[in-house]
Design a protein around this ligand. Structure first.
Ligand code: CA
Length: 226
């Protein structure tokens, strides 16, 4: 999945859980633990969706929501409110104040992710698309197929995951550690040399004769999709 999610939530354990899992899905995540900082950071970060806690140490989620809606740049920003149990009445007020959806704590990540996808599907369908595209490269997540300039390319499973990862955020430079974390999430014994080997294989597969190089090596930083 593509896109940027901002979280305003004062419970670090929730931020941690949500951020870890959203990043694994390919999203870029940033957060704040109070309303004041959240409002400032949010305007710099420009997310595609906001996860907003109901009870914060300084402002309520509703106050923050109203504040955001006053700003013309954010009046359509999708917001999912996170509420504690037993705030039923408040939930209704929440929806009146321009929240797109709400979720009661405790929630599972899968529940949250389903809501995020549903809200983004309405607001920005290309972010939840099963196809990832960049220049003449196309990756179909459902069928696990890759095409360059309409021609199918066969990739090994690791090269497929690598390319999928790069395609979720083109032009962003990733360090070997970030690539390792995202593409080999369960294997702590992978060496950076291994990453280079798979990048080389991926390059060889996707850069056919006379075609433009699409993976850029950034000296002492890592790699990016051009
Ligand atoms: Ca709270």
């Amino acid at each position: 999945m593509n896109g940027k999610i901002f979280i305003i939530e004062d419970e670090p354990s929730i931020i941690q859980l949500v951020q870890y899992n959203l990043e694994k899905e390919g999203l870029i995540v940033s957060s704040a633990t109070n309303g004041n900082e959240g409002l400032k950071e949010l305007k710099k970060f420009k997310p595609n969706l906001l996860l907003l806690d109901w009870m914060l140490p300084d402002f309520s989620g509703i106050e923050i929501c109203k504040n955001i809606r006053k700003d013309t740049n954010f009046k359509n920003l999708p917001i999912i409110m996170l509420t504690a149990k037993g705030e039923e009445e408040d939930k209704i007020k929440g929806l009146d104040s321009g929240v797109d959806d709400y979720l009661t704590k405790p929630f599972s990540f899968n529940e949250l992710f389903a809501r995020i996808k549903a809200v983004l599907r309405r607001s920005d369908p290309k972010l939840v698309s099963d196809n990832l595209e960049f220049e003449d490269l196309k990756l179909d997540r459902n069928e696990k197929r890759v095409f360059r300039n309409e021609k199918e390319i066969k990739l090994g499973p690791t090269e497929f995951r690598l390319l999928e990862f790069f395609l979720t955020n083109p032009k962003r430079v990733y360090s070997r550690d970030q690539i390792l974390e995202n593409v080999w999430p369960n294997n702590i014994n992978v060496e950076s040399r291994t990453i280079d080997v798979h990048i080389r294989r991926l390059r060889k597969s996707i850069n056919l004769k006379d075609q433009k190089e699409l993976i850029r090596t950034v000296r002492s930083s890592g790699y990016s999709l051009i």
